[in-house]
Design a protein around this ligand. Sequence first.
Ligand SMILES: [Ca+2]
Ligand SMILES: [Ca+2]
Length: 185
Amino acid sequence: MLLSRNALLAVTASMSLCAASAQAQTPVRNPANNHYYALVVLPGPITWKDADNAARNSVFMGMTGHLATITSAQENSFLIELIYQKPTIPSLYSIWLGGFKLRSATPARSNWRWVTGEPWNFTYWAKGEPNNVFGIENRVIADGKRAWNDLPEDPHRAPNRVDVCAYVVEYGKVTIPPVTRRRKR
Ligand SMILES: [Ca+2]
Ligand SMILES: [Ca+2]
């Protein structure tokens, strides 16, 4: 069957940018902090909340997981070099991290937190981010260049639809605050 160029473009645009099948990386150790990290890639988009729950329900070598928290330049470089590349995923993939904002309706750069409660001292925002588009962007992804962008909790349903089909789980000896502490908007 031959498709016109416009029809082909429409088909391409409607295709999900997610993986053909789920892939979970074997956790890799960061010698600088002795934490382990694993990239999980899914065949469909996942909300931040579901990725957060999945990470919290993951256990590796007796350590409970959480969405990755990037608190130093070293940890950021480690993720860029060793985690985001495996399994090999296209650079256009967006990857959930464990950063969130307590309230959406605050200035774009304020009120960011890590799920672990670690200090928000290091940032790696992409140029022009965070920009809190539509006033609903309160979660953090690593974008195609692995710099950070703020997106809504369910970007698949946002007006400017973005599919986030991957997340990084971090395992370390940290105490993870319960979800209830950050349910306020
Ligand atoms: Ca961390
Ligand atoms: Ca944004």
